[in-house]
Design a protein around this ligand. Structure first.
Ligand code: SAM
Ligand code: SF4
Length: 349
């Protein structure tokens, strides 16, 4: 019996005839009213049942073996006035990182060309800002225009945005804006004090209302509880529109930051997070983002099985290490993974 017929068979949310798994979700619907108890129940499923459910939902909306390849460049590094406890770029911590000013447009576009040649279909540009200054917007928009001309999806992550700045980015044709909620609302004050959770939700609302696709997720492994992890997914899955991209980062402990000595996340709990994110936000691209450098091939393979379908490629992730190109190429060949074509996310605007 092919998976396709199994999917048809199991569209009935009562139970899947073969596996006996009582389906908790109807993959055809996108919900915005998840309860903590429902997400917890998914998280607590036997591992195989959870991954089976996630894989069925995943195949309902995506080609199972396609993974969206993004590359992330730090266009302005370090010296940030915010105190995000995980971040090597904060000026509040002694991390030894050398700050640099906003890169020239041409240099950014030269890096983008290299990323495109290496197979990236989305180019993400990140700045260590609390928010951009209006004087920076001309250069930022020139970068967006230049990357768009290369045929890649464009993404920016510049911190909080004013209404006017969002409008400018939308007019320039920005495809995605990243702004992570990072953790649950309850745990958030333990991580960041210079920007409130509501500030983040307000920026997401401005971006959504401006018609720009949202990229928003968070970090696992900052000392949060299992309940906080569910809380973060609940925030994301109950937004009026699911973020079109959901990056799930595994904390990369940075020397000199308050979270620099955090315990490693249980790898299987991380896979469960991916699977619950997949089920709760069926049409979103779910990315294993930061921390992939710390994951074994087996761990990554389980994440893909759980419905992850996006990664950052390229050996640097802002200021942190990322798996080298060759290592990724070998892994994707082993797993039969191919790049997802640009603009093929079912929920993309
Ligand atoms: N300054 C912009 C901002 O804060 O919105 C963008 C910078 S960067 C893209 C921000 C995101 O990268 C954070 O929200 C966090 O999710 C992720 N990140 C930064 N440092 C990290 C670390 N050490 N481990 C895991 N994720 C990290
Ligand atoms: Fe600054 Fe962004 Fe790092 Fe927070 S995550 S300290 S806002 S660069």
């Amino acid at each position: 019996m092919t998976i396709q017929t199994r999917i048809e068979e199991s569209q009935n949310p009562q139970s899947d005839p073969q596996s006996g798994v009582t389906r908790r979700t109807n993959p055809d619907e996108t919900r915005h009213d998840w309860t903590r108890a429902e997400l917890q129940a998914l998280f607590d499923l036997p591992f195989n049942d959870l991954l089976f459910e996630a894989q069925l939902v995943h195949r309902r909306w995506f080609k199972a073996n396609q993974v969206q390849m993004s590359t992330l460049l730090s266009i302005k590094t370090g010296g940030c006035p915010e105190d995000c406890g995980y971040c090597a770029q904060s000026a509040k911590f002694e991390t030894g990182l050398k700050a640099s000013k906003l890169m020239e447009v041409e240099k950014v576009l030269a890096e983008a060309r290299k990323a495109k040649e290496a197979g990236a279909t989305r180019y993400c540009m990140g700045a260590a800002w609390r928010e951009p200054k209006d004087r920076d917007m001309d250069m930022v928009c020139a970068m967006i225009e230049g990357v768009k001309e290369m045929g890649m999806e464009t993404c920016m992550t510049l911190g909080m945005l004013s209404g006017q700045q969002v409008h400018r980015l939308a007019q320039t044709g920005l495809d995605y804006y990243n702004h992570n909620v990072d953790t649950s609302e309850e745990y958030y004050p333990n991580v960041i004090s210079t920007r409130t959770y509501q500030d983040r939700l307000d920026t997401l609302e401005r971006v959504r209302n401006a018609g720009i696709n949202v990229c928003s997720g968070g970090i696992v492994g900052m000392g949060e509880s299992a309940d906080d992890r569910i809380g973060m997914l609940m925030t994301l899955a109950n937004l009026p529109e699911h973020p079109q991209s959901v990056p799930i980062n595994m904390l990369m402990p940075m020397e000199g930051t308050p979270l620099g000595r955090s315990e490693k996340v249980d790898p299987l709990d991380f896979v469960r997070m991916i699977a619950v994110a997949r089920i709760a936000m069926p049409k979103s691209v779910v990315r294993i983002a930061a921390g992939r450098e710390l994951m074994s091939e087996e761990h990554q393979a389980l994440c893909f099985m759980a419905g992850a379908n996006s990664v950052f490629v390229g050996d640097k992730l802002l200021t942190a290490k990322n798996p080298e190109e060759d290592k990724d190429r070998k892994l994707f060949a082993k797993l039969g993974i191919e790049p997802m074509p640009a603009h093929s996310c079912p929920s993309e605007k």
